[in-house]
Design a protein around this ligand. Sequence first.
Ligand SMILES: Cc1cc2nc3c(=O)[nH]c(=O)nc-3n(C[C@H](O)[C@H](O)[C@H](O)COP(=O)(O)OP(=O)(O)OC[C@H]3O[C@@H](n4cnc5c(N)ncnc54)[C@H](O)[C@@H]3O)c2cc1C
Ligand SMILES: Cc1ncc(C[n+]2csc(CCOP(=O)(O)OP(=O)(O)O)c2C)c(N)n1
Length: 602
Amino acid sequence: MSTDTAAAAIPRPPARTASTPVLTGAEAVVRSLDLLGVTDVFGLPGGAIMPVYDPLMDDESVRHILVRHEQGAGHAAEGFAAASGRVGVAIATSGPGATNLVTAIADAYMDSVPIVCITGQVFSTLMGTDAFQEADIVGITMPITKHSFLVKRAEDIPGAIAAAFEIASTGRPGPVLVDITKDAQQAEAPFVWPPRIDLPGYRPVTKAHGKQIQAAAQLIAESKKPVLYVGGGVVRARAAEELRTLAESTGAPVVTTLMARGAFPDSHTQHLGMPGMHGTVPAVLALQESDLIVALGARFDDRVTGKASQFAPHAKVVHVDIDPAEISKIRTADVPIVGDLKDVLVDLDAAFRAVTGGTAPDISEWWSFLDGLRDEFPLGYTPTTDGLLAPQHVIQRIGELTGPEGIYAAGVGQHQMWAAQFIKYERPNAWLNSGGAGTMGYAVPAAMGAKVAEPDRVVWAIDGDGCFQMTNQELATCAINNIPIKVAIINNSSLGMVRQWQTLFFDGRHSNTDLNTGHGTVRIPDFVKLAEAYGCLALRVEKAEDVDAAIKTALETNDRPVVIDFVVSADAMVWPMVPQGVSNSYVQYARDHSPAFAEQED
Ligand SMILES: Cc1cc2nc3c(=O)[nH]c(=O)nc-3n(C[C@H](O)[C@H](O)[C@H](O)COP(=O)(O)OP(=O)(O)OC[C@H]3O[C@@H](n4cnc5c(N)ncnc54)[C@H](O)[C@@H]3O)c2cc1C
Ligand SMILES: Cc1ncc(C[n+]2csc(CCOP(=O)(O)OP(=O)(O)O)c2C)c(N)n1
């Protein structure tokens, strides 16, 4: 939802009563956050938001965590939300403070993460004059927010903030911006709570149409080669249990996209893993060869479909999504279902049982085919030949030694794909990453936000040496605020994913991808010294036999953040891989390059 009359959408305050307190707009911001149950916010002050920071200092319910860069505040709010399901909050000043939030807002928009960003704006009388630190942040973020409010009156603040939380967390979750002029923060107004939230035109459909559910159940019952294509919507809907029930009723194979890792347990026998460019061969071919795709909160992203016109040519499609704009956007749905998966999955399961009389149809031939692929093409990796660590081994051991109750936030690149492939996810909200935007720099601040939301869980940032250099200053925030995250730098001394594409598609010409962070004599920066300077326990691991001990030390250290610099081979590749823009049938390419295949050839 976006609007070019953002201010007009602010709900008007209800009538004042004799007992209504009078607060400044700034106090109203903080009181509203209190009353919405907000416990933690991430931000950094500046002139246009300073009035809000004054009452924030005394508030006992809302903890403000002072970040070192506003992008960190935005990703921390995302990590907080993705780990807990609660709305994350970031605060910034006007102009550059607000624009520093933009990347995180775009990221949250792409991955449907519920966050509210509160920004200060210059005095309303100065707006449009190129005033000091003026930026039209409502305009800038209009295409990347679910909604943006511009608030110019103190009495409108409670309504705008309450509405922002409502919009961010309902329907398709997403980021909402509340931009508040400095005069609105300074003015006094009656504080009325709860405010009237009146959002004409905003009515997310949660309950699906019964006829559509019936039609979908019928198709599943008739299908000989069904597959449940599970997306991040299942995680956002908190519908993992409901998914499992439907999966077990139907007996159908399940694939989980990068955004859905953990929505269905990796240990479950019906799970074929991740589909797409770096998916498992069985997951890719299950979609490609199926006769019925049941898409559950998944967007038919090009990283999954490959060349969309050649994707799953024989499949009918049932597409469930809470956002009607997603349905038939890429692939025409035979049965479109608009609704909240939390309800739809229950209804679909009941309808399927009714249609089949409780006996799932025989799809054993389909399973024979898929099981054959599973046996033939397990995930694997080739050992390194340069004496440096195999990154896949490091990541796998982090997962095994930490276990499924941990939270794993990845950066973007090869390490992200290996973390998706080689850590076993058994529960939703354990895997946090930037899928849609692919934002380098996400991991450290997102892990910080996750640790704040879930302090009793072990939280790892699995980061690349390139990504880490974009936001590592939040280690100071972690050290000072007692947020003991653990960071594994998968240090291949290069922008590895780009290097991989250069190896494969640019004749091995590695243009500008060498970062000099780990190999040879040059080590700039020295991550151990850097992390120590930030108050972390810092370790470097260069030998396979030292990997476990370092991970165990990290798991035992909870009085400060831990950073481990794992020096890994730059030549390690992410396999399988379906090249961009070709048909998924080219998973043949993946076969040819999969370690399992290579080993068989030998
Ligand atoms: C380097 C790199 C490589 C990648 N490679 C792969 C790959 O190999 N495989 C892969 O899968 N991805 C890959 N991705 C990620 C890819 O770009 C997409 O982000 C991802 O595939 C989209 O996941 P999704 O379809 O689950 O949709 P999401 O972006 O998670 O969207 C969720 C959908 O659910 C809907 N929804 C939300 N809440 C509800 C609700 N309550 N009820 C119903 N619907 C709801 C939303 O409207 C939305 O349409 C890669 C990313 C990067 C950066
Ligand atoms: C902000 C941003 N800039 C550029 C890119 C393009 N990009 C994608 S992956 C990648 C390399 C990441 O390197 P690193 O963090 O070292 O991870 P690795 O791939 O080596 O595991 C780059 C530059 C991006 N995704 N995000």
